[in-house]
Design a binder for this molecule. Structure first.
Ligand code: ZN
Length: 179
């Protein structure tokens, strides 16, 4: 049997899911953008790009881990698992856990985590969730900043891109009257 490319796995398992934004775009647009962003910053490693496409698949779908190992590789599965929050924890503990674990990520997972945050924070500018108050958006950016601050030696250009996006979003969300 031919191997299934990562993007097909992502499209299949995230099918029917939508992003929280007003546009309700298909969820899979997010991992696609994360992979594209990495390519824009010169990342061409196949395992990293595959893991970028699959970085939310274990957390947000019922895709079995073994499928990633079989169709991609053990390495891709390892990276995806590094990026998967522990769903047995409560949401607040999960968020704290992600901050604390950021410094322990492998170089591959570090790249994807940073690109993930660029896209998620950027979405607050491009396609903010309708139901999120300014306060909630501020809390989200502040949390993302804490995760990024703890990353171990991320590439300077990618970090700069994050800082530009978060500064734009921060200006927008702090310049508003809280709901
Ligand atoms: Zn993500």
């Amino acid at each position: 049997m031919d191997e299934i490319p990562a993007f097909e796995l992502a499209a299949h398992w995230h099918k029917g899911q939508v992003r929280k934004g007003l546009n309700a775009e298909p969820f899979v647009s997010h991992p696609l953008r994360v992979a594209r962003l990495l390519i824009q910053f010169g990342v061409y490693d196949q395992d990293i790009l595959d893991a970028a496409l699959l970085h939310d698949i274990l957390e947000d779908t019922d895709c079995p881990e073994i499928l990633i190992q079989q169709q991609l590789s053990r390495k891709v599965l390892r990276i995806v698992k590094e990026l998967t929050d522990d769903k047995t924890l409560l949401k607040s503990a999960r968020k704290q856990h992600q901050v604390e674990r950021a410094s322990l990520l492998s170089p591959e997972a570090t790249l994807i985590r940073l690109a993930d945050k660029i896209d998620n924070v950027g979405s607050l500018l491009n396609d903010p969730p309708e139901t999120w108050s300014w306060q909630r958006q501020r809390d989200y950016v502040a949390w993302a900043n804490r995760v990024v601050k703890n990353l171990n030696a991320p590439p300077a250009e990618l970090l700069q891109s994050y800082q530009q996006v978060q500064a734009q979003v921060w200006e927008r969300v702090t310049g508003q009257i809280p709901l």
